[in-house]
Design a protein around this ligand. Sequence first.
Ligand code: ZN
Length: 176
Amino acid sequence: MMNPAMRVTADEERVVRAWSVLGQVLDPEVPALSVCDLGIVRDVRPQGDGVEVVLTPTYSGCPATEVIERSVVEAIELAGLGPVTVTLQRAPAWTTDWISDEGRRKLREYGIAPPSGSAAVAAEQPIRILRREPALECPRCGSVNTERLSAFGSTACKALYRCIACKEPFEYFKPI
Ligand SMILES: [Zn+2]
């Protein structure tokens, strides 16, 4: 019979390993970000000999959720941490505020302006809250001399902008 203390350790180790596997599962629409960077993995719990992964889907309009769910199951099983159950938790709704600092850095590197968090906008930029569109920083050169070209980029989650300083177009991950 397994010692209960050993059982806890095995469960904890499996959960830690599952988090690290999930850190390698990339978002299909923003391949620069893992599902952990995106903040959609809300919890990983031991379940029987496997794990339960709790996901909060991003935009309801994004068709990516099923793809993400499948990738999560495959990655966990491949790592030998299965069986895995994915539980979708829709409340509270996902917000771009959940994107990690690491995720924001990766977005900029990928040439996408990270979403300005609603909390951050209210606290740091009280004047901009009065404007419909925040002044966006170009992810390439850092200039705030940018203009919006289209409300939609390659996906509905993003808007298309252009930097007037370096002339490069870039996408903006819209905050929700
Ligand atoms: Zn620029």
